[in-house]
Design a protein around this ligand. Structure first.
Ligand code: HEC
Ligand code: HEC
Ligand code: HEC
Ligand code: HEC
Ligand code: HEC
Length: 388
């Protein structure tokens, strides 16, 4: 079986199950036998909010909510500028335009499966699969999509992918103050919603390929009811604006590696002597991420560097490096070959040995611990030390 057919199966199998669950739900909702007449005409119970991701992706969003001029993020921006501005710079907004993704898509043969989570709305696709030749999902029978909208395509995981269904806006609460219909959706505020795209398994894989939801589900955060949104969409400070009161959920994921990790340094004394071996103890604890660090895509790693800097700011020795990563086989179903990531609440301890350069400057130096990814460095801890 080829790579893309596995992506497809992994994606569709759970959705088939969802389909079955939905069919069951319908049965249960069949009309009850007639009840005796009541005196007061009771108002009909509110309709349940539409499902966010009920069918295999892409999801059909074609009805414009009354009061909204277009389905583009720029239209929502007119009123929800804080949500818009925090979303604009994110991986969600660039899920299609991201050059790393575009390169991977080209090498995967422009697979329709690769477009599903990155372009979750049907009108974002110029062609849609209308069945498969010989049931081979790598050979979709593609049909031009008359509803194709290249503007929406450029917006990647855009507002309506998460907020508009059946001509209604799905929000956190009902309101009659909005110029468009709004219904409250518990699903929108749940980790399950994020799992639609942040959890993925191959039928013959030894474990989930993307397991962010699975890692969360197995953690104390899930037991305590702390959802992905609680950390990734925490309210951002800002001016009050229509529809959101004084606080607005950030759509820009204010999570950082500093917030994920607690970094502790140990040394036998507060002073280091140049030319003499010193062992710097390091502990890194995952105290802030609701999943492993790193999570998701197995091609992502974090390297933690420990450096000793003299009073002049110069390195006294070569940096000591430790990597947090998961490695997978190069071919499908990408079985895991090694995994030394940091699970929720887990600690990694190691010691970095240095013989500081005798030619360094004496005075107040520093032990610096920093996280490095793709050439970008983030400081995790600075501890001043006396250099003799
Ligand atoms: C189940 C939903 C889903 C499908 C299907 C999917 N992706 Fe993704 N993709 C994601 C998510 C979610 C992320 C980001 C989160 C992460 O890295 O864990 C991502 C990230 C990526 C990245 C990393 C981008 C960067 O800048 O780091 C690349 C490249 C990528 N996907 C390529 C592909 C290709 C190629 C396919 C088809 C073989 C594909 N994706 C199919 C959900 C999906
Ligand atoms: C990946 C899904 C996703 C995308 C894309 C998305 N949102 Fe949201 N949005 C959410 C979730 C989830 C919440 C609720 C967060 C919570 O539980 O507090 C939310 C909350 C909101 C709210 C409620 C008020 C508030 O700020 O607390 C507004 C308004 C909103 N989003 C507007 C937008 C706009 C405008 C866009 C596009 C620029 C957008 N959203 C894109 C998922 C999304
Ligand atoms: C419709 C699919 C979809 C949904 C739903 C979704 N995401 Fe994503 N998410 C993606 C894709 C695709 C990417 C990666 C885009 C890229 O880099 O090419 C991504 C990237 C991210 C990233 C950035 C990862 C990085 O590499 O920096 C975070 C954080 C994230 N998502 C959190 C969430 C959270 C939290 C939720 C639920 C509130 C959520 N997402 C819901 C598709 C989705
Ligand atoms: C003309 C202004 C305007 C436009 C355009 C607009 N909205 Fe709204 N929206 C509002 C107002 C005003 C409210 C709610 C008022 C209140 O109850 O405080 C609201 C409420 C919401 C809520 C619920 C807020 C919550 O707390 O859960 C969401 C979600 C939302 N809008 C999303 C969108 C999206 C997505 C778009 C674009 C498709 C959009 N809106 C377009 C003005 C607008
Ligand atoms: C307790 C808070 C917390 C919860 C709950 C949480 N996260 Fe995170 N998440 C973080 C922090 C902190 C980071 C930054 C760590 C990093 O950059 O590696 C992060 C990073 C990420 C990343 C980027 C990973 C990378 O390597 O770039 C993705 C994607 C993500 N989270 C998705 C999710 C999803 C989906 C859920 C729910 C299933 C979730 N998170 C739940 C705190 C949380």
């Amino acid at each position: 079986m080829s790579t893309s057919s596995r992506w497809f199966l992994a994606l569709t199998l759970p959705l088939v199950l969802v389909g079955i669950a939905l069919a069951r739900g319908k049965k249960a909702a069949e009309p009850e036998p007639e009840q005796p007449a009541v005196v007061e005409p009771a108002s009909p119970p509110p309709a349940p909010p539409p499902k966010l991701f009920p069918t295999p992706l892409p999801v059909v969003v074609d009805a414009l909510p009354p009061g909204v001029a277009s389905l583009s993020a720029q239209t929502c921006n007119a009123c929800h500028w804080a949500a818009h501005d925090s979303w604009q710079g994110t991986a969600h907004a660039h899920a299609w335009s991201d050059p790393v993704y575009q390169a991977a898509l080209a090498s995967a043969g422009e697979s329709t499966v690769c477009k599903s989570c990155h372009l979750p709305v049907a009108t974002q696709h110029d062609q849609l699969a209308a069945g498969y030749i010989a049931d081979d999902v790598t050979r979709p029978r593609l049909q031009d999509n008359p509803g194709f909208d290249i503007t929406l395509m450029s917006e990647g995981v855009t507002c309506i992918a998460c907020h508009v269904r059946e001509g209604t806006v799905l929000g956190t609460r009902t309101t009659d103050q909005a110029p468009h219909p709004v219904v409250a959706s518990a699903e929108l505020q749940s980790s399950e919603m994020c799992a639609t795209c942040h959890q993925l398994s191959w039928p013959e894989g030894d474990r989930a390929f993307y397991d962010t939801f699975g890692e969360w589900k197995a953690s104390a955060y899930a037991d305590a009811g702390v959802q992905c949104q609680d950390c990734h969409m925490a309210p951002a400070a800002g001016a009050p604006q229509p529809g959101a009161g004084a606080v607005v959920a950030s759509h820009g994921s204010p999570t950082t590696i500093q917030r994920a990790l607690t970094t502790l340094v140990s040394l036998p004394t507060a002073a280091i002597t140049r030319g003499q071996l010193v062992e710097v103890g390091i502990s890194v604890i995952n105290t802030g991420a609701g999943h492993s660090v790193p999570t998701g895509n197995p091609f992502k790693t974090w390297t933690v560097e420990v450096v000793l800097v003299d009073a002049a700011g110069k390195d006294l020795a070569a940096p000591h490096r430790t990597t947090f990563s998961r490695t997978v086989e190069a071919k499908s179903p990408w079985k895991t070959t090694a995994d030394d990531r940091l699970g929720v609440g887990a600690t990694r301890r190691w010691s970095a040995s240095f013989t500081p350069n005798p030619k360094g400057s004496p005075g107040l130096g520093t032990v610096v611990v920093r996280a490095v990814r793709a050439g970008q460095t983030t400081e995790l801890r600075r501890v001043p030390v006396v250099i003799r």
